[in-house]
Design a protein around this ligand. Structure first.
Ligand code: BGC
Length: 785
């Protein structure tokens, strides 16, 4: 489909660019129409009912005789949080053999960064800036999940997140809609493979449609108060990318936008998604979100809530049990709902058909494959590669890293160093702590010449269990308690060492669903530990483990080296050791800005210039905080390497381009060091003068390039003016406007480390139908002498 769009883009004359954005929705198949015709009202409603068969921590716990009876009666269209080939085979058998119409079931779960082989959390994977890798991890997740009988994952989460107080930043690709769109496409491809009917393919869900990441104050589930422009330019593009990639399902978001909950939002779901974008996949509500329409205050009764959700285009009710209880009455009261019910049923049946479930209902529930598919050596190897590539070197003064051979006594300090549980991050499907290879043994193996001591530094204490969400595999907040003895032992270990590896950050359960915090710094216990360890004057490498950007200005100032390792999955320890020892040079880059203070959130590098752009000079009144520098602590796209790279010869194929043309941007990157390493070449643009103010920088291309010592490569990006278009909501319900004028091009190693600049001119006006950031920039590389 993508290819078709690009061809369409290339072929179109005049200035209407990319008008062929969406293909007409497919008609329901003969089989689906026949089936629909034979269904009773109750059976139709049953198809829209998704029932929890357990939570992740107690899989299949609700699968009892009563549940099987409901399947027999056709009251259930899908289960979530069930897994296991044998269990699913039995459920499917009951549906297919013992229900009147034999409609197979959908089995969904949040397989988010792996099923059994846990990969880095999504934010970490995004830091790899490596779409091919991200696609491979999703493929492996699909292979394992389908072996356990699943046919549907509630992933990828494609919500753009610019507020690190929001705990779910860990689940997404960060702050940028271009990077987010590219990684959305990669994940959908990985999950769904080349054909959904393949029994190793799993239905992908782009969620949460839409604006969920814009929750005011970073409070999960809260309202999104965003402008039409921000909605279209920032939050919607990854969903558009998902549609183009053929994502089989979408999940509506919990939040409202300007008072209209997405669970009942006809304009965005029926109008934009179904209508303009021609999306014909399955739309599922979020967990219990239909009954929650009452809490939103847009429905007075459950019946009204059900009718509103159906009118709003929600096909399936996840865990709300409301369609099944109320839709019949709602339809009797208002027969105009009946065609909408039929449309919803068609969407469910079509998803089942696309998955091949009518023909091979047990294809994914094969105990033999289940026994063989999990955590294979190949999957582990990919997990290690993914973990290595997700690590970001934030600071490395005096080239303290990699660890030199003369460092014989190494002190590993901080309780997170041995917290294998945290390495799994949130949403761990069937990931198990015992499968994690933790840091300390990995270091001992990687550095046999060194003596490695460990000190906890403070006491992590299980706090009372906090609200258990769907992601809450025994979710337990951890209090980090200062402990004089533990602190003294840590200081002692530091003093006796040549090098300290100080492992700090956050327990995994501080980020994730319903994990919003006003304080995104370190805990008091970790702060005290870090200060005491740094006071020893020993060289300190900070290893961060966390699921969100942290505000750690003091640590960033005082520690000479900082390695961001997120939550890296089952191969966490060996991957970190690979990077610490220099076996691999770190090549990850931040997919999200780190603020200097809690109060600096939300933030993004892609902000508008304002009438009084932030200036360092405090005497001037400008758009800044007076108590903080104007820069982020670590910028979007930032990440160092053990190597050094030189950029040169930024050249354009031409200096002028018509609205329907294209332009090539080429740059040479050379590894000037003696270390083989990857550089992520980043292309940013700015439209300095337009009818509306445009961001000071916007990512529009990137390429992770491997370079051996001394090697140079020419990296080329092909841009189209449609990628510079902005949303113009004033005409015909909105369009993407390409405005003639100059465009600044910036190429460099991060948004804050631009090495080369140039300018070209768009010579004509035009309109485009595709969100600018959802258009992928083609790139290529070739060796240079
Ligand atoms: C989350 C979704 C998730 C669903 C099912 C909800 O609480 O918001 O992202 O897919 O639970 O587990």
């Amino acid at each position: 489909m993508l290819r078709r769009i690009l061809v369409a883009l290339a072929c179109l004359s005049l200035s209407v660019v990319g008008a062929a954005v969406a293909q007409p929705a497919e008609q329901p198949s003969q089989r689906v129409r026949d089936l629909l015709g034979r269904m009773t009202l109750d059976e139709k409603i049953g198809q829209l009912n998704q029932v929890p068969g357990g939570r992740q921590r107690a899989l299949n716990s609700r699968l009892d005789a009563a549940a099987l009876d409901r399947v027999r009666r056709g009251e259930i269209g899908s289960f979530l949080h069930v897994a296991g080939a044998a269990q699913i085979r039995e459920l499917q058998r009951v549906a297919v053999v013992e229900s009147r119409l034999g409609v197979p079931l959908l089995f969904g779960m949040d397989v988010v960064h792996g099923y059994k082989t846990m990969f880095p959390v999504p934010l970490a994977l995004a830091a790899s800036w490596d779409p091919a890798l991200v696609e491979q991890t999703a493929r492996v997740a699909a292979v394992e999940a389908t072996a356990a009988g699943l046919n549907w994952t509630f992933s990828p989460m494609v919500d753009i997140a610019r507020d690190p107080r929001w705990g779910r930043v860990v689940e997404g690709a960060g702050e940028d809609p271009y990077l987010g769109s590219i990684l959305t496409t990669a994940q959908v491809r990985g999950y769904q493979g080349s054909s959904l009917a393949d029994t190793t393919s799993i239905l992908a869900t782009a969620k949460h449609f839409v604006g969920y990441g814009a929750a005011v104050g970073g409070r999960d589930y809260d309202s999104a108060d965003i402008t039409d422009r921000t909605l279209h330019e920032v939050y919607l593009p990854p969903f558009h990318a998902a549609v183009q990639a053929g994502a089989g399902s979408m999940m509506t978001a919990f939040n409202d936008i300007a008072g209209v909950p997405l669970t009942a939002h006809p304009a965005l779901v029926r109008g934009l998604l179904r209508g303009e974008w021609n999306y014909d996949g399955l739309i599922v509500s979020d967990w219990n979100a239909i009954p929650e329409l009452l809490n939103h205050g847009v429905a007075a009764t459950p019946r009204e809530a059900g009718a509103a959700a159906l009118r709003g285009g929600v096909d399936m009710d996840m865990a709300g049990n409301l369609y099944s209880a109320e839709l019949k009455g709602a339809i009797e009261a208002d027969p105009a709902l009946l065609p909408m019910l039929d449309e919803a049923v068609i969407a469910v049946l079509t998803a089942k058909e696309r998955l091949g479930l009518f023909d091979t209902p047990y294809g994914r529930a094969d105990p033999a494959r289940e026994a063989a598919a999990m955590l294979t050596p190949e999957h582990r190897a990919l997990a290690r590669e993914a973990a290595r590539r997700s690590i970001v070197l934030l600071k490395n003064d005096g080239d303290l890293l990699p660890i030199v051979a003369s460092a014989r006594r190494i002190a590993v300090i901080g309780a997170l160093a041995e917290d294998a549980n945290s390495s799994l991050g949130s949403w761990r499907a069937q990931g198990k702590v015992e499968d994690v290879r933790p840091l300390i043994p990995a270091l001992r193996e990687a550095l046999p010449q060194a003596t490695i001591t460990y000190a906890q530094g403070y006491r992590p204490e299980a706090a009372q269990a906090i609200a258990v969400t769907a992601s809450g595999e025994g979710a337990q907040a951890v209090h980090e308690v200062s402990d004089a003895e533990a602190l003294a032992a840590a200081v002692e270990a530091a003093r006796a060492s040549d090098l300290v590896l100080l492992v700090v950050g956050e327990h995994f359960d501080r980020s994730g669903e319903a994990r919003s915090y006003t304080d995104i710094g370190l805990s008091a216990a970790q702060d005290a530990l870090a200060a005491a360890v740094l006071d020893t004057g020993k060289p300190v490498v900070v290893i961060l483990m966390n699921g969100r950007p942290l505000a750690i200005p003091e640590l960033a100032e005082r520690a000479p080296a900082i390695l961001e390792t997120w939550f890296l999955g089952v191969e966490s320890g060996p991957a970190i050791a690979d990077v610490l020892t220099g076996r691999v040079s770190p090549g990850g880059r931040l997919p999200i800005s780190f603020p200097r203070a809690n109060g600096a959130a939300p933030l993004t590098y892609a902000h508008l210039p304002t009438g009084r752009p932030a200036a360092e000079d405090l005497v001037r009144d400008t758009a800044r905080y007076r108590d903080q520098p104007i820069t982020p602590l670590f910028a979007f796209g930032h990440g160092l390497s053990y190597a050094r790279f030189q950029y040169s010869d930024l050249l354009l194929s031409q200096t002028e381009v018509a609205a329907d043309g294209q332009i090539e941007v080429g740059v040479t990157v050379r590894n000037t060091s003696a270390i083989p390493a990857d550089e992520v070449v980043q292309l940013y643009v700015r439209d300095p003068v337009a009818a509306v103010s445009r961001p000071v920088q916007e990512l529009r291309g990137f390429r992770r390039v491997a370079l051996v010592p001394g090697q140079a490569k020419r990296v080329r990006f092909t841009l189209t003016p449609a990628q510079l278009a902005y949303w113009d909501g004033t005409v015909d319900g909105g369009r993407w406007r390409i405005q003639a004028g100059d465009i600044q091009v910036m190429v460099g190693a991060s948004s804050a480390d631009i090495r080369e600049r140039t300018t070209f001119t768009i010579t004509s006006d035009g309109v485009s139908a595709i969100p600018a950031t959802a258009i992928p920039t083609q790139s290529a590389e070739e060796p240079r002498p």
